[in-house]
Design a protein around this ligand. Structure first.
Ligand code: FAD
Length: 324
């Protein structure tokens, strides 16, 4: 059945986050023959972002530009999103399962009195049914859901659904929509960035994560070097964050970020269940630990029993040599 799906793209620092393109690919899976409408919100430079959504598979795009949308607030973005939804009356809405997606979509779903399937990792179409797979119990099991009636509303976990190929010969209408954004009670005065520049942890294809075994702030340096040669990001266990070896923004796990990179290299991490909750769905897991009994080896595809301070620099060197 041909449907219309609205995809909310996410612009950060003037750039669309990659998960926006994955959300378009997800919408296309749900809606092979129908219309995909991209939408982006912000205070400037949205035209380019809207075009990118079209290059990645949207049929047309809508921008909502307003000074109050400079930074994400659930009140401002919900007003913009609801205005687009009211105009478009879509059969489905898709967005990335990011911090903003997790905050915004339940608010919209409650306003629309619709359901919401969050944190989707896979979409299959079987006959007339669109089947959404999502992890439950901190990733220990998966459930499959279908929408039997009403709006299809889903958030997509980053790095799970491959984006479509970018095609800049694609064209489509970009419409600027005026929305009177008002009554915003939350004002963002300033944003203090805690993580350094570089690859975003939640979208990274490669993550090199350190645990208490890294032993100090300086102990993270070889991990950063390995991440750099692999074009990846550095993450951490809560053990490492609690010990003040790194910032909490790097924490992966039940109470940290949930990540699904292609390659996760766990260095000096024991593999507590709360850590596994955030990374066990990574495509390939490599563990480096000097304790052969460490639980992390039970979830890893490749295990190296050894001292991370010997193994990690050797790996970095070997990978550098491969690249020469
Ligand atoms: P440890 O368990 O101390 O493991 C260190 C490992 O390093 C050991 O296996 C050791 O063999 C190895 N090692 C030491 N030296 C070396 C070396 N030179 N070379 C190689 N290996 C070495 N944890 C999270 O990570 N994320 C969460 O989100 C999270 N949420 C939590 C929520 C709750 C409610 C609770 C109760 C706990 C939570 N935890 C979380 C904490 C979790 O239970 C563990 O305490 C934590 O993950 C342990 O961190 P670790 O593996 O770095 O440290």
């Amino acid at each position: 059945m041909s449907k219309k799906i609205v995809v909310f793209g996410e612009v950060r620092d003037g750039e669309l986050r990659n998960v926006s393109f994955e959300a378009i690919a997800a919408a296309r899976k749900i809606n092979e023959d129908g219309e995909i409408v991209g939408a982006v919100f912000g205070n400037e430079g949205l035209e380019e972002a809207a075009k990118e959504l079209i290059y990645y598979g949207a049929d047309r795009a809508i921008t909502v530009q307003h000074d109050s949308l400079k930074n994400y607030t659930s009140e401002g973005y919900a007003q913009a999103a609801l205005a687009v939804i009211n105009d478009e009356n879509p059969d489905g809405i898709v967005m990335g399962h990011t911090a903003a997606g997790k905050d915004l979509t339940p608010k919209i779903a409650s306003k629309l009195e619709s359901g919401l399937i969050s944190d989707v990792t896979e979409i299959e179409v079987t006959g007339d049914n669109v089947v959404f797979t999502r992890p439950i119990y901190s990733g220990k099991a998966f459930e499959k859901k279908i929408v039997t009636d009403g709006l299809i509303f889903a958030t997509i976990r980053p790095n799970n659904i491959a984006p479509l190929n970018r095609d800049d010969s694609r064209s489509g209408d970009v419409t600027a929509k005026e929305v009177d954004i008002k009554d915003i009670r939350t004002v963002i005065k300033d944003i203090l960035r805690k993580t350094s520049e570089g690859v975003d942890l939640s979208e990274a294809k490669v993550i090199v994560a350190g645990g208490r075994g890294v032993k100090s702030k300086e102990g993270f340096e070889p991990l950063q070097e390995l991440a750099d040669v692999l074009g990846g990001a550095v993450g951490a266990s809560r053990g490492a964050c609690d010990a003040d070896y790194c910032d909490y923004s790097l924490q992966i796990g039940q109470t940290g970020k949930v990540v699904t990179p292609d390659l996760y290299i766990a260095c000096g991490i024991s593999g507590a269940i709360q850590h596994l909750a955030g990374m066990s769905n990574s495509k390939i897991i490599v563990a480096i630990n000097k304790d052969p009994e460490a639980n992390i080896f039970n979830v890893s595809d490749y295990g190296i029993v050894g001292d991370l301070f010997e193994v990690v620099p050797k790996l970095t060197e070997e990978i550098k040599n491969l690249k020469v």
